[in-house]
Design a protein around this ligand. Sequence first.
Ligand SMILES: NC(=O)c1ccc[n+]([C@@H]2O[C@H](COP(=O)([O-])OP(=O)(O)OC[C@H]3O[C@@H](n4cnc5c(N)ncnc54)[C@H](O)[C@@H]3O)[C@@H](O)[C@H]2O)c1
Length: 387
Amino acid sequence: MNTISRVGVVGLGTIGAQELALWQRAGLQPIGYDISEARARVPGGSTRVEDLDPADALVLCLPNLAPSGENSMAAFDHFIDMAQRLSPRERLVVIASTVPIGFTRHLAERLGHHGRVVSHAPERFDPGRGTELGEIPRVVGALTEQALDATLALYARAKVPTHRVEPVEVAEASKLLENSFRLVNISFINEFAELCRRMGIVAADVIDAAATKPFAFMAHQPGVGAGGTCIPTMPRYLLDAARQNGIEMPILRDAVDGNEQVVNRVAEHVQQMLSTGENRRARVLVVGATYKPNYPDARASAAVAFARGLARRHDVVVYDPIVDRDGFPDELPLVRELPQGERFDAVVIALKHRDTDIAALRQMSPILMDLVRGAVEATESISSRNR
Ligand SMILES: NC(=O)c1ccc[n+]([C@@H]2O[C@H](COP(=O)([O-])OP(=O)(O)OC[C@H]3O[C@@H](n4cnc5c(N)ncnc54)[C@H](O)[C@@H]3O)[C@@H](O)[C@H]2O)c1
């Protein structure tokens, strides 16, 4: 394989846009390709697969979910077809997406002559954290020594630290392990927060106390459940692998199922707190709509799912100063600034961005449910009404 002088990035969403910037900084004149015209409208972007032809390496940042939210590798099927339009010279293909175990081998076979030099370097970006893509070490596995060396050398040019693994399935499984580890912890802390609530103690106080231990404890925050397009869904690929290999993974399965139930459990709790009976619609302010703090993306947001469910019974207003309008449902009223002076029957904090003004929220309602702390504050009359 010749030296890599140009990189093509396939899929220009959250991750592809970051990869494009990474290779731009590294001086590799990236070419971006996306089927969406809106996404391709970036410097070096195109909706014509043929424009990838000059690239010596292709970094695949394709989705692994269907628009419905189900796990699906259909975007890769489509790209395999489109890749046949490229000239048949040897190129490095790096899969940056999260994929099922065994998928890299499978993709290489299906790519035919385009699949001779294939590696997997799963992306570990955490939006909203403030960490640059290049600062996060990449685990790299490949199908051949040549592909492994070429991928390690490529990321070295962008000064990205790498960790080499063999066989390639180790790279695939490591990414699924990371996502699953996170989901199990989030599901557990939400379960624990529910216990604390029933026992009348504040989950965050317990977590803060436990976090003073300098080892073997990692603090997680409760909330309305894990959202977004990775943490709640990628562990399903690990469950598929378990099934195919004849074992159950009950801890992981419960974490996946339990996460889906948090939204309903919290909604029931709010219903009890309001104790309005079937007929009266209460006014509820839901604080936070994105799928994680300090990041505007509302795709697959648990806070939105919660607000939507609650809006079937009550008049819900959502307050989020940063959420993207794109991923936010049209039917839910959204305010960007705190509706100062207005009164609500309850304020529910589903998510806290930086600088959330708790003191101001406290003034707006007799009930303040802070799901992030696992704490409920209510005036005397209301708390006694609910005992
Ligand atoms: N977003 C994250 O925080 C994050 C973090 C780590 C890993 N990942 C992984 O990275 C991958 C990409 O995630 P994302 O968040 O960037 O997804 P995304 O939905 O934001 O972007 C995917 C892009 O691919 C495009 N696309 C779809 N089908 C295509 C096709 N056939 N050909 C060309 N383009 C196509 C879409 O138009 C879209 O612009 C996923 O595997 C995800 O699991 C994401």
